[in-house]
Write a protein that binds this ligand. Sequence first.
Ligand code: ACO
Length: 325
Amino acid sequence: LGKAVISGAGAYVPSTIMTNQDLEKLMDTSHEWIATRTGIHERRVIDETENTSDLAYKASLLALEDARLEPKDIDFIIVATETPDHMFPPVATKLQTLLGCRTIGAYDVHSTCVGFISALQIAEQFTKIGKAKHVLIVGADALSKIVDYTDRSTAILFADGAGAFVISQGNDTDGEGIIDSAIHSDGQFYEDLYVSGGSSRARDNSDYNVPKIKMNGNKIFKLAVNAMSGSVKDLIKKNNLEYNDIDWLIPHQANQRIIDAVARNVEFPTEKVINNIKYYGNNSAATIPLAFTKARAEGKIQRGDRIVLTAFGGGLIWGSLLFQY
Ligand code: ACO
């Protein structure tokens, strides 16, 4: 069988915009601090009527339309999320019914901001071994629901949104499709970025009763830069490519300074780095498909382009994926 190809893509963000000026009213911070330290000017947040599954559903409809496929054509659904509607069941099963798909397999993957790359890896394997012809993968998160709005070092970063790809069985072993990927983890940094509460560690201890993001920001910053830079370098080298052979780098949108430092480390020209953190902040598993879809709409990404995705997140987990669109 041929390589797994990206046959459709779509993204959806909630309409409510939370600006840095809005955050100034909630905490001791300033637009200037947030913009210079993170590159973020505004972010989207869901309202009381929306759940992660609604974001996933809207992005999926656009990806299916783009692939010119019907829900009945989909053979498997994978949703990458850290903020499911409920701790269980998976968002993917709700999506199966919202879309009106057959009673196909559907589950969530839980690998923080690397979730979309994890879903891509699984979908690639399913299509390559012939288990599925078309897999719908979605990165959807509503981090505003687990942000502590009294913690100014995390509340400014996180946001909500969704992006989806349809991954299909390709005809060729050369040309378009997923070329290679690698994901790594190092649990020694487990407690440098985590969500307290709403979990098996819930105790008679207030810190573990309410789900809130806890982060050692400075440490994560350095780990993120090293992990993503190393992962991109390894993937390019392993595939005997030069940086000139790559058209676009799409990094997880966590902090503009992290993105710039990775681009500098791998000596990748900034004009070839896809970037929209200014308007959307960090919506975890959604940042990569959202950045891809927006860059394609702007006419930057074209069919035939070679693209590297790279991400890191709590765990610590990090990885990269190389494909030709
Ligand atoms: N407004 C004003 N001042 C602030 C704010 C704020 N929002 N946040 C922190 N500060 C202050 C601090 O209190 C500190 O003050 P002090 O010097 O008086 O103690 C000062 O600013 C500097 O703080 P640092 O933490 O050193 O600032 P830094 O430049 O590292 O920026 C940030 C902090 C933005 C959190 C940065 O470390 C970062 O982006 N880290 C990476 C985090 C990340 O990307 N996490 C997502 C991972 S993906 C996932 O799994 C969900």
